[in-house]
Design a protein around this ligand. Structure first.
Ligand SMILES: [Zn+2]
Length: 239
């Protein structure tokens, strides 16, 4: 089990502590086998802070240098944000960069940011969630250049209190379509570790969503139940 969703200072929202040097210290201490750094890239991002393309040439150079002082395999990935109008830019990026892992994320929907609450205006929560999941499904269907679907129910982070539960029943049709599309395309669903590290009651994805994904053919549920208890360790600086 290796972590394939981590952020360094190349992501504008990452901790200032998330330098290669600090990662190396931790990775060496904990004798981690491998790690993938997946900094953010959201083309035409509605939030100016994130509207920048990391300098992957400098990134790769620094990664190579860092590799000299660790046994941990250091891999270069990217967390690529889907919006329908940037699909060509996404395809172009993955065709021209040697990423070990590409995470597909949906951070913005219809040009709106859920983080600030803008996306939830003029909609019920059910409509908001449905629209979010539809956008995720569209991303999976139209973009092939990814390996892992990141934080599937990210939308809940900004609409729920930490202890709230959500009735998933209305969303099972779209969730099932997401699982089917992932499985058919041989892509996988991410188990995001940050809620385990932060001890949030709501995991990402929600445990019922993960179970349903496994029941629909995403993997061996018994294997999952062995993995989850191991996910609480504070391995990472920023994910
Ligand atoms: Zn993300």
């Amino acid at each position: 089990m290796i972590d394939q969703h981590t952020h360094t200072v190349y992501s504008p929202d990452a901790s200032k502590e998330a330098t290669f040097e600090n990662y190396l210290t931790l990775l060496n201490q904990k004798k981690v086998k491998a790690i993938t750094f997946t900094d953010h890239l959201d083309f035409d991002c509605p939030v100016p802070l994130f509207n920048q393309v990391p300098d992957f040439i400098s990134f790769k150079r620094r990664l190579h240098k860092a590799q000299e002082s660790t046994e941990t395999l250091l891999q270069m990935g990217v967390e690529l944000g889907y919006q329908p109008h940037v699909l060509e830019a996404m395809k172009q990026l993955v065709a021209t960069h040697p990423f070990d892992t590409v995470l597909l994320s949906v951070h913005y929907i219809d040009g709106l940011d859920p983080y600030g609450g803008e996306f939830f205006k003029d909609k019920t929560l059910t409509q908001s969630y449905q629209r979010y999941f539809e956008t995720v499904l569209e991303g999976i269907k139209t973009f092939d250049g990814f390996h892992i679907l990141a934080h599937l129910d990210y939308i809940f982070r900004y609409s729920l209190e930490k202890t709230d539960a959500v009735d998933l029943t209305p969303f099972y049709p779209v969730l099932d379509a997401i699982f089917e599309a992932l499985i058919t395309k041989n892509k996988v669903l991410e188990l995001n570790t940050s809620p385990y590290r932060k001890d949030y009651q709501n995991k990402t994805p929600n445990l019922d969503i993960i179970k349903r994904y496994f029941e629909k053919g995403g993997g061996d549920l018994h294997c999952l139940m062995r993995i989850i208890p191991k996910m609480s360790g504070p391995i990472l600086i920023s994910s």
